[in-house]
Design a protein around this ligand. Structure first.
Ligand SMILES: [Zn+2]
Length: 142
């Protein structure tokens, strides 16, 4: 078994790869290790490459913006499509959308966190490199 190189994975991370790894709940550095060990609990680091997932308190607060944004976008598009496009009555549409707005953020929580971590690795590679395993922080001798 070969261990993926986290540093190389971060250097070659494209935006589409970051989005894909985020949506697959995989390590942003190698794309193989699982981010979550169960429904709510995150792993402390990648089981494949050792990339550290643990962050200081408050780091994942930004994922609420992603969660809120996606919820608001889906709700708005659904309302416009169903009300204006298909002519659904408001008394049938609003309770359904209210239920969606209550449940969807709970379901999307893990994906929002994963996307937040992937986007952070894509946009701030220097900060992401600090989460690399210690062995990869040492430059190879020439
Ligand atoms: Zn990894």
């Amino acid at each position: 078994m070969t261990t993926p190189n986290a540093r190389m994975g971060l250097e070659q991370l494209t935006f589409s790869t970051a989005v894909r790894r985020g949506l697959m709940l995989r390590c942003p550095a190698c794309g193989e290790g699982r981010l979550f060990r169960n429904l709510l609990k995150m792993n402390s680091c990648c089981s494949q490459c050792g990339f550290k997932f643990e962050r200081p308190a408050g780091y994942f607060l930004g994922s609420t913006y992603i969660n809120y944004g996606v919820t608001a976008l889906v709700t708005t598009v659904s309302y416009v499509t169903l009300y204006f496009g298909l002519g659904w009555p408001k008394d049938r549409l609003l309770p359904g959308l209210l239920l969606f707005c209550s449940v969807f953020p709970l379901v999307f929580f893990r994906f929002a966190r994963s996307l937040w971590l992937s986007f952070d690795c894509f946009f701030d590679r220097t900060g992401a490199a600090e989460a690399l395993p210690k062995a990869e922080l040492i430059e190879p001798k020439k």
